[in-house]
Ligand binder design. Structure first.
Ligand SMILES: *Cc1c(COP(=O)(O)O)cnc(C)c1O
Length: 355
C-alpha cells in the first residue's frame, strides 16, 4: 500500500515552531496519519494536517468505550531517527483491539502509520537525552448507533508529540487498597482508555496526601502488587531484580520486557513472580529491598523514593539506586544510539525531505 500525502502537510510542518518548553504530550505535531475500516475492510492510509475529528455524537466510542491505544517513541540517534521495537506495539495494539471486539490494525498499516508520521516530523524529534517524539497510535469505533454491539466502522490515527521524559524526579507511590484498576477477566492486560478512567479517582485522592502514583494491587487477591497506572513495577532485593509475573491484569510493557532482557545480559538474577505487598513493605523497612522503580515508554525508568500505605510511610534507602540507574543508562544508550543494539531493537526511519 502507498500512503497518500495531503499537499497541505508540508506547509503546516514548515510553519510549525517547536516551543522551548515541551512538557509531556502537550505539544502536538502538525501532521497525523489516518485510516478507516468499514465492515472489516481497511482503506489506505493518509497523512493529513493535524485537526479536530468529526464524530457523530452517537459514535460507539463515546458511549461504550471501544477505544485502544499505544505509546511509543521515535529517538534521535547518532545516524538519524529510529523507532524502538515498534513490532511489539503493533502486536499489542492488535491484542487490545481484539479484546474490545475491534478489528486489529494490520501490522503493515500500523508500521506505515508510525513510520510516515516519524519520517515527516523528523525535525520535531528533540535532541536532548531523555527527550523524543512520543507517538500515540489509537483506534476508535465510530458507528453512530446506541445499541450495545461492536461498531461496524473504525478509525485509526497516529498523532505525535515532541516530549520530555514523563517523570523526572523520584516518585512517591501510594498503595491503593480500595479501588481496583481493572477486574480479573477484564481489560487489565489490554491498553484501553477505560483502565485509565478507572485509575483517576485514586490518583486524585493520593495527590491530596502528597503522593504521585497509585501502586495497584491485584484485583482478584487484593494483596499482590500488579503495577502503576501506566508503568510496570520493579524492586531490587539483595541485589536481585523482582517484578510481578504477568497474570492477566498487568499490561505487558515493552520497557518491562526490555529491562528484563538487559538485566539478564548484565548478569543480574531476575525473578518474575507474585510479590505480596505486606512482604514487600517489610523488606523495604528492613533494607533488604533497597530500590524500587517504575518503567514505561513515557517514564523510561523512574525511581520510587517513598511508598505510602494508610498512615505508614516506607522510605527507600537509595533512590535513585544503582540498579535503576544502570538499567536506565543501558536502555537509553541503545535507544539514543550510543551503544550497540545486540537485540535488533532499533528500526531506522528514512527521513522525508519536505522540499
Ligand atoms: C503502557 C502501559 C505500561 C508501559 O508499557 P510500555 O510498553 O513499557 O510503555 C504499563 N502499564 C500500563 C497500564 C500501561 O498502559
Amino acid at each position: 500500500m502507498t500512503v497518500s500525502i495531503d499537499p497541505a502537510v508540508a506547509a503546516s510542518l514548515r510553519g510549525f515552531e517547536v516551543p522551548e518548553k515541551l512538557g509531556f504530550g502537550s505539544v502536538m505535531a502538525p501532521a497525523m496519519f489516518r485510516a478507516r475500516c468499514q465492515d472489516g475492510v481497511w482503506s489506505g492510509g493518509e497523512l493529513v494536517p493535524y485537526a479536530p475529528l468529526t464524530l457523530d455524537p452517537a459514535a460507539k466510542v463515546l458511549h461504550y468505550a471501544q477505544s485502544c491505544f499505544e505509546g511509543m517513541k521515535a529517538y534521535r540517534t547518532a545516524d538519524g531517527i529510529a523507532l524502538f521495537r515498534p513490532d511489539r506495539n503493533a502486536r499489542r495494539m492488535a491484542y487490545s483491539a481484539e479484546r474490545l471486539c475491534m478489528p486489529a490494525v494490520p501490522e503493515s498499516l500500523f508500521m506505515e502509520g508510525v513510520t510516515t508520521v516519524t519520517a515527516y516530523c523528523a525535525n520535531l524529534v528533540p535532541a536532548n537525552s531523555g527527550e523524543s517524539l512520543y507517538l500515540r497510535p489509537f483506534l476508535i469505533g465510530t458507528q453512530p448507533d446506541l445499541s450495545v454491539s461492536a461498531s461496524t466502522s473504525y478509525e485509526f490515527y497516529v498523532i505525535a508529540s515532541p516530549s520530555e521524559a514523563y517523570h523526572a524526579g523520584n516518585m512517591r507511590v501510594w498503595v491503593e487498597r480500595e479501588d481496583a484498576r481493572a477486574a480479573v477477566g477484564g481489560t487489565g492486560d489490554a491498553k484501553v482508555g477505560g483502565n485509565y478512567a478507572a485509575s483517576l479517582q485514586s490518583i486524585a485522592r493520593l495527590k491530596k496526601r502528597g503522593f504521585d502514583q497509585s501502586l495497584w494491587l491485584n484485583p482478584g487477591n487484593r494483596h499482590t502488587v500488579d503495577e502503576l497506572s501506566g508503568m510496570n513495577f520493579f524492586a531490587v532485593m539483595d541485589g536481585e531484580l523482582h517484578t510481578p509475573a504477568l497474570n492477566g491484569a498487568i499490561l505487558e510493557g515493552v520497557t518491562r520486557d526490555s529491562l528484563l532482557t538487559l538485566a539478564r545480559q548484565l548478569g543480574y538474577t531476575v525473578h518474575e513472580r507474585p510479590i505480596d505487598i505486606d512482604d514487600l513493605l517489610q523488606l523495604v523497612s528492613s533494607g533488604t529491598c533497597s530500590e524500587a522503580f517504575a518503567c514505561g515508554t513515557a517514564a523510561i525508568v523512574s525511581p520510587i523514593s517513598v511508598m505510602g500505605d494508610g498512615d505508614a510511610v516506607y522510605e527507600l534507602s537509595a533512590a535513585p539506586g544503582p540498579v535503576a540507574e544502570r538499567l536506565r543508562a543501558a536502555l537509553l544508550d541503545i535507544q539514543e544510539g550510543r551503544a550497540e543494539d545486540p537485540f535488533g531493537w532499533m528500526v531506522p526511519v528514512e527521513i522525508t525531505d519536505l522540499d
